[in-house]
Design a protein. Sequence first.
Length: 476
Amino acid sequence: MRLPVPEVVPGVAELGRVHFVGIGGAGLSAIARIMAARGVEVTGSDDHDTPFLPSLRELGVTCHLGYDPAHLGDLGPGDSVVVTTAAREDNPEVLEARRRGLRLLPRSAGLASVMADRRVLAVAGTHGKTTTTSLLTVALLACDADPTYAVGGVLSATGRNADAGAGDLFVAEADESDGAFLVYRPHAAIVTNVGADHLDTWGTEEAYRAAFAEFVGTIDADGFLVACVDDPGAEALRPLAAARGLELVGVGEGEHADLRAVDVVLEGTTSSFTVVDRGHELGRVRLAIPGRHYVLDALAALGVGLRLGLPFEGLRTGLEGFGGTGRRMESKGEAGGVRVYDSYAHQPIEIAGDLEAARSVAGEGRVVVAFQPHLVSRTRLFGAGMGAALGAADEVVVCDVYLAREDADPAVTGALVADHVPLAPERVAFVPDLDDVPAALVARARPGDLVLTLGAGSITEVGPRVLALLREGSGG
């Protein structure tokens, strides 16, 4: 559901009581948590329980399961309803809110309302937003900046995806999928990369890229932009920033970057690199997460912290203590000599990056992957590229498309992805039913291997079931 953003987004004090339709999602649960921590009376509903709800309930937030007009209680004039973009047009709570004349806000406006009195640091990009937002948050925490933050995953350092800090900084994952990132008016921003995605919203790749150009135009005139300039799409924003008089800090491995990562070493579950700032060596950083793409994410976070005047040593301490974010190369455990990881990657570039990291972690073992395509529209456009990227694994299982907010299309299934995996046929399987995937993975895995589940949908449920089967098989 696409709701318009008000011309003037009301501040938190003007919202009255707030009900969230889709409160279990990463985005809405973060906003709800910050509002509740600031004393707003918050309730919400979702169609299923999620990992974000227990911590909300601990704050006293009533979280209903299922959608029912009664869940709005006695909300009336002056109260507000924040609605997820995944809501259907016939959602009974939205229809009831309209009948009562309640203020209806999209997610972006809800988040903007809690940003109003803070300096916003917005993290945007086609890939890497959640990890970069998380890295920036822990780096600032290590420097005692006490930021408010809203992340699209659970931060291992706090066990939460959001907190209302006492400092003046607000770190926000700025999502482009529905145009939300054009609402926030940040003091500073990171753009990790610009490729092509969410064409169900933007229509064309040109329109998608133009949205990032517009995003640069929303940054405060006295602010700055950090761009990962190894990526051509992010590098293309340089003249736009210059035209506005914005300082641009280019980060990357290339010599054209202002802040560089050199001597990058990927070893097991770690990544290390030396930081060079305009020719001056600052020191070496050793991350406890694997993958070259995470090195660039950390470098971008470092770029913001340094530009804010924070000390390198403090920022490095935060980055090196980062233990990851839920669903970003997250270890689920080990059984029968097989390690199991889960990650959110659902685009070809993301898949390639996580498989490179998995290869580093696996060492001499093989990489066995289960992938769940996300959205019919995305699979139609990028399914062949997804399959090609999966060819970096040793064994591949592809299940059917996770529909999310879309209807099924019999012409677009997981088979489209599986058919484009460049491996021998016996090493690739299309297993449509998710319930059959755990057994298919166990049948392929052997001691020493790494099993990786990939996708933005329900594939995350598979890892624990694989571990359970492996324990049964080993008698553990």
